[in-house]
Each structure stands twice: as C-alpha cells, then as structure tokens.
Design a protein around this ligand. Structure first.
Ligand code: AMP
Ligand code: MN
Ligand code: MN
Ligand code: MN
Length: 320
C-alpha cells in the first residue's frame, strides 16, 4: 500500500514513499484511455512496472476517472502510484497545462474543475466536428467520440479518426493541417485561468507542476514571465525533464527556473508573500507505446535539483 491517509482530513493525503519507490525510475506524467492515451489505466501501470518504473503518477487530461483502476493494479503489482491530473488552463490567451500531483480525487474543488472542463471539451468537440464536416470530413463527431469511448474527448481523437479514415497519414499531419494552432480545428476555449487552476490543485491537497514548459512556443522572455507568474500564483514545481526534450533544453529550463526562484525574484508576487523555490518534476508524457519521444519511465532528473517528491517524504523515508 503506497498511501496513508490522514483520518482527520481526507483532502490531505501523505503518500508514504518508500526508499525503494524513490530509488528506481520515476515517471510523474502519463496518459491512459481515460483521456488521450492508448493503454487502459491497468495496462499502463503494468507497462510501467515492466519498464522498471517504481513511482508513477497517472495524469490524464482533465480527469481522474482512470485512477481507481490504476490504483488497484498498482497495489497488485506493488508499484507506488500518485493520483494526478493534467489540467488545461489559460495564461492570458495561451493554453498551458498544469499537472496536479497527489490530488484528492474526491475533493469538491477538483470535481468542480473537472466538470467545467468536461463541458468545455464537449462543446469544443462539437465545434471542431462542425468545422471538419464543412471541409467534407463527414462523420468526424461520431468517429472521434467512438475513439474517446468513456474517456475525455480531445483533439487527438479527431486526429486518430482522420488517420483511420485515410484522410492523413499520421496524427502529426492531422495536427499540422487541421487541428494545431491557427488551423480550422483550433477552437478558442475559455479554459479556467492559471491562478484559478493552481487554487484548484491546492484545494485538492495536491502539488502543482507546470507541464512541458518548452511546448508552448514562447520566447525566452515570455517563458520567464510564465514561470514567474506560475511561481507567484502558488505553483510548486516545473517539469524540468519531459518526454520530448533534449539535455540542452533541460539546462535551459533549469537556468530559467533558478532565475525565477532566486531570492529577490518574483516582483509580481503579493507583498510579503515569500514563495519557496520551484521544485523539479519529470515525466515521459507517455500516450502510446510507439510514441516518437521517450518511452514510459525513461526520464531522470539532473543532479543537484530538489525534486517535487520532497514535499511528501517527511517522516515516511526515515520510518522505513
Ligand atoms: P487537447 O487537450 O484536446 O487540446 O489536445 C492536446 C493533446 O493533443 C496533447 O496532450 C497531445 O497529446 C496532442 N497533441 C498536441 N499537439 C500535437 C501534435 N502536433 N501532434 C500530435 N499530437 C499532438
Ligand atoms: Mn495528450
Ligand atoms: Mn500536456
Ligand atoms: Mn500530458
């Protein structure tokens, strides 16, 4: 059993991270069929175990529906699992992703945040389908919906449907031509803002991690501003290592994170609010076995950074 709950307060769950869980491969960002992943939650956990992962966080887009199944399999295989989520949020007009780690799946704040995004995703899916239909791609809605099944619907389901139908040769092309930024399927969505999203994660007892900072297409200056806002608004950690990034990029992120966390930085923080430095997280952003970036569990933090799991190991490690 990887968790001990505080019986007085179910919204504060202290994961009991064993030395064994922290000494192997750690992957704190991946997806299952509960959102746009290909593997069921149980199959994902089983693959992680086979890949040597000892601590895993399931972080589906805007849902925790896969956690119960993942947790059951993780207990069976004795793999430590953190309940997580990847929340879609707006920073200004830009969409950013915030991973919530070790969230209480039953927290009211989280349920409200999930319901809101569920509605937005459904509305967006209808709009995407309408636009694709106008381009002659008939049956897009039913097709994407069938691929999403009971899971949260997203653009990758439209992309996969287009591949299945022979409209494009691969999902990357579907994004490049129809679903990516500035294309017809890129529907503007009023996702909740960054500060609200961080508050949701905090109210759910979780730690917030800015996902894949280099995937937002920001200049260095704008990325620095995002990191500063994230830090000032209560963000806990940044993914310094993620699936699609090389070591040079990792060093770039580390430098920016250190700049933002340095004493005296963060002028946008409210007066008197001294924030602890941003911690480091990592994840493969695994979606499917043949993904073109790093495989499940194939990530490692560079030396000298303070990992996000230091937030939870109080007492548990020493007690082993
Ligand atoms: P959504 O949350 O529905 O807007 O979809 C975002 C997801 O689409 C990301 O989490 C990725 O899994 C996927 N995605 C985004 N851009 C691309 C791309 N260029 N090629 C393939 N998949 C992509
Ligand atoms: Mn995805
Ligand atoms: Mn993401
Ligand atoms: Mn992801």
């Amino acid at each position: 059993m990887a968790f001990t709950a505080d019986p007085e307060n179910t919204s504060l769950v202290e994961p009991k991270l064993t030395r064994e869980a922290l000494s192997g491969q750690i992957d704190l960002h991946c997806h299952s069929t509960a959102s746009d992943g290909i593997l069921s939650p149980a199959a994902l956990v089983s693959s992680a175990k086979s890949a040597g992962v000892t601590l895993l966080a399931l972080t589906d887009h805007d849902t925790v529906a896969g956690i119960a199944e993942a947790r059951a399999e993780a207990e069976r295989l004795e793999l430590a699992l953190l309940p997580g989520i990847e929340l879609t949020a707006l920073w200004g007009k830009r969409v950013v992703h915030v991973v919530g780690l070790n969230v209480d799946c039953a927290a009211t704040a989280l349920k409200t945040a999930i319901d809101e995004r569920d509605m937005l995703r459904r509305e967006r899916a209808a709009q995407i389908a309408e636009r694709l239909e106008k381009r002659g791609f008939t049956g897009a809605y039913e097709g994407a919906q069938a691929l999403a099944g009971d899971g949260v619907i997203g653009r990758p389901h439209f992309a996969r449907w287009m591949v299945d139908q022979g409209h494009v040769s691969d999902t990357a092309k579907a994004f490049k031509r129809y679903l990516g930024a500035g294309k017809i399927g890129d529907v503007a969505v009023p996702w909740p803002g960054l500060a609200e999203t961080l508050a949701t994660i905090r109210a759910s007892g979780g730690a917030s991690v800015l996902a894949h900072p280099l995937k937002y297409g920001l200049t260095r200056t704008r990325l620095l501003a995002l990191l500063a806002d994230f830090h000032a608004a209560g963000g806990d950690a940044v993914e310094v290592v993620c699936g699609q990034q090389n070591p040079v990029q990792t060093r770039e992120i580390l430098a920016l994170v250190q700049q933002v966390s340095a004493p005296g930085a963060g002028q946008s923080a409210p007066a008197g609010a001294v924030r602890p430095p941003l911690l480091a997280s990592l994840g493969s952003d695994f979606h499917q076995p043949d993904q073109p970036w790093r495989a499940l569990g194939c990530v490692r933090l560079p030396a000298g950074v303070e990992p996000v799991w230091n937030l939870w190991q109080t007492g548990a490690i020493q007690a082993q």
